[in-house]
Design a protein around this ligand. Structure first.
Ligand code: ADP
Ligand code: MG
Length: 349
C-alpha cells in the first residue's frame, strides 16, 4: 500500500500549519462525553509544536449540523476547551466546526481557500474522515504542501498489514448490525482467511443466503429471547430450533467454544462487529468470549475496528491487549475493502 509522506519529514519551524484532526467526539449536555479522539490527536500536535511551528490552526467537523439551530449544539467550543486542558499552548487555535460551512461536504474550492488562507502547510491526521472527499480533507490538500499526521499513518500501517502478506492462520470475526457496510470487507479479505466467524445480525443475513464465494462459520447455537428487550426471557437453542417469534440475540455456548478455539490458533486476527446485543448483560457473553480470546492471543497480530466493538473492548478493559484498535469506523472499512481513501490520495508520497 502506498503511504503518504509523513509530518515527521516536514520542516515546520516558523510556519503556520493547518491541521485537520478528527475531533468528532460524542457530546452530552454540551460537554465532551469521551475525549479519546482528542487525546489521539495530541502526538501530531505536540510534534508540530516541538518542531517550532509558529501557529497551529486545528480544524475538525463535529456531529452532523443541519440547520441554524444546530450551531449552538455543535459549536466546537467545548472540544477546544478540552484540547486546551490537555495541551495548553498559546500557538494552538481551534477553528469552528467545518460542517458549519455548506461548502465543506461539497468539497468546495472556495471553502478550501478560506481554510488555506495564511497557512504554509497542511497536515491531515483525521483518519476517521479520510474516506470523505470534503474541503478540509481533500480540496485543501491540493492548495498547500500536504503531509500525513502520525495517527493517520499509524492507522494506514496497521490496517495495511491486513492487506499485505499475513501470517496464517488468519481468522476474521464479523458481527454486529450494519451488515451491508461489512460485506465489502468480507469480500476483500475473507478469501484469504482460514476461518471467517460470523455472529450478530450478520449471521442471520448470511444464513438466509451467502453472497460470498467462500464458506463461513455460522453459529450452531444462539441465546434466544422472547422479545427484543433487556429483561426478555432467555434460553439457549440450537440455531434451527428457535421457537416462532423468538429472536437470537447472542451466540450460544457451543458456538463460543468453537470461535474461541479458532481465535486461539490464529496468528492474524481482524474483528469487527459484536456477537450479540452486548449492551444488555443477558446477551453480552458471546462478545465477551471473543474479546477475551482476541486479547489473550499475544502471539497474533490483532486488529479490532468498529465503534461498538471498540466500545465493548474498552468496557472490558482489554483495549491495550490487542495490537491495534482502529478509530476509523467507515474509513477502516473502506480501506479494508481495498478502496483508495480520497483524504489519503490527496497527499503526495
Ligand atoms: P460496529 O460498530 O462494531 O461496527 P455495528 O454497528 O455493525 O458494529 O453493530 C453493533 C450493534 O449490533 C450493537 O448495538 C448490537 O446491539 C447489535 N447487535 C449485535 N447482534 C445483534 C443481533 N443478533 N440482533 C440485533 N442486534 C444485534
Ligand atoms: Mg456501530
Amino acid at each position: 500500500m502506498r503511504l503518504p509522506r509523513s509530518v515527521r519529514d516536514a520542516d515546520v519551524a516558523g510556519k503556520t500549519v493547518l491541521v485537520r484532526a478528527d475531533l468528532n467526539v460524542p457530546l452530552e449536555d454540551g460537554r465532551v462525553a469521551d475525549d479519546t479522539r482528542i487525546r489521539a490527536s495530541l502526538p501530531t500536535l505536540q510534534l508540530l509544536l516541538d518542531g517550532g511551528a509558529s501557529e497551529l490552526r486545528v480544524c475538525s467537523h463535529l456531529g452532523r449540523p443541519k440547520n441554524e439551530d444546530d450551531r449552538a449544539k455543535y459549536a466546537i467550543a467545548p472540544v477546544a476547551a478540552r484540547l486546551r486542558d490537555l495541551l495548553p499552548d498559546e500557538r494552538i487555535r481551534v477553528l469552528e466546526n467545518t460542517r458549519f460551512d455548506p461548502g465543506e461536504t461539497a468539497n468546495d474550492e472556495r471553502y478550501a481557500h478560506e481554510l488555506a488562507e495564511g497557512c504554509d502547510l497542511y497536515v491531515n491526521d483525521a483518519f476517521g474522515s479520510a474516506h470523505r472527499a470534503h474541503s478540509s480533507t481533500e480540496a485543501v490538500a491540493r492548495l498547500l504542501p500536504a503531509y500525513a499526521g502520525l495517527l493517520l499513518l499509524a492507522e494506514l500501517e496497521h490496517l495495511g498489514r491486513l492487506l499485505g502478506e499475513i501470517e496464517h492462520p488468519f481468522v476474521l470475526v464479523s458481527g454486529g448490525a450494519k451488515v451491508e457496510d461489512k460485506l465489502g470487507v468480507l469480500r476483500n479479505l475473507g478469501g484469504r482467511a482460514d476461518a471467517v466467524l460470523i455472529g450478530g445480525k450478520m449471521a442471520e443475513k448470511l444464513r438466509a443466503g451467502n453472497p460470498l464465494d467462500f464458506d463461513v462459520e455460522l453459529p450452531v447455537d444462539v441465546v434466544g429471547a422472547d422479545e427484543f428487550a433487556r429483561d426478555a426471557e432467555t434460553r439457549v437453542y440450537a440455531y434451527d430450533q428457535l421457537p416462532d417469534g423468538w429472536l437470537g440475540l447472542d451466540i450460544g455456548p457451543e458456538t463460543r467454544t468453537r470461535f474461541v478455539e479458532w481465535i486461539e490458533s490464529a496468528r492474524t486476527i481482524f474483528w469487527n462487529g459484536p456477537m450479540g446485543v452486548f449492551e444488555w448483560p443477558a446477551f453480552a457473553g458471546g462478545t465477551e468470549a471473543v474479546a477475551e480470546a482476541v486479547a489473550a492471543n499475544q502471539a497474533a497480530f490483532s486488529v479490532v475496528g468498529g465503534a461498538d466493538s471498540v466500545r465493548a473492548l474498552n468496557e472490558l478493559g482489554l483495549a491495550d491487549r490487542v495490537s491495534w484498535v482502529s478509530t476509523g469506523g467507515g474509513a477502516s472499512l473502506e480501506l479494508l475493502e481495498g478502496k483508495e481513501l480520497p483524504g489519503v490520495a490527496a497527499i503526495p508520497s
